[in-house]
Design a protein around this ligand. Sequence first.
Ligand SMILES: [Ca+2]
Ligand SMILES: [Ca+2]
Length: 243
Amino acid sequence: MEMIGSCLSMVVIYSLYFSTNAILVHKPPIIHTNHPYLNIYENSPIGTSFVVIEASSQTNDVVTVTPHDNATAARISLVPVKVGVNSTYMALTKLIPDRETERIWYLTFQAHDSHGDTLWTLPLHIDDVNDNAPFFVHDHFHAVFGFGLTVGTKALHVTALDVDEGPNAAITYSMKPHLVTHPSSRYNAFDIDPSTGDITLKEALQHGQSVYHYQVNATDGGIPQHVASALVDISILDFGVIG
Ligand SMILES: [Ca+2]
Ligand SMILES: [Ca+2]
């Protein structure tokens, strides 16, 4: 019994020694940089600096900072400014960010010294720029009505889309007679709602014109603005006029 008790005591002491030692040894570096997130404009050129990372050792070791995973390594490079017990790295882009492809880069950095690793994940938000023009869902819109179409009737609806964000995707519609190819087109017969794209009859139809040709434009609200165009033909079946 005395022998067993002695062995147990040794095991306890041995375990305590290594537990205490492990606690003392596990002192990973500290990353001092602590942004909850950062922003960068899409299309920023490769090599754009967006954060400086500072890390220090708790055990007087040399600290290095590296991308933690392949996704981070593919998007950024870390340039050492100072490497030592207190290290500083500058993070630069390796890709041109495109908000329409990826809205946020989740970047994870790893500070390392001989006593452990510390990770820091930074969401890098990609801010929009107006790099896409609107586009109409069809190149050519066409509708047919009888002559009895009354003023105020909605004749047609056109839709344009824009894959940007906010004002860069806010579309204003406008419409003008397609005078280049159809110089006889009337200007005021139909009108378009600038915000909805609804085309309505604005004034009473007059005998003698069977098709109204228009060019519709969709203009976004970015700087600079981008414009897309489509064609609108509204045919009027006027059986009251012969020839
Ligand atoms: Ca964009
Ligand atoms: Ca746009």
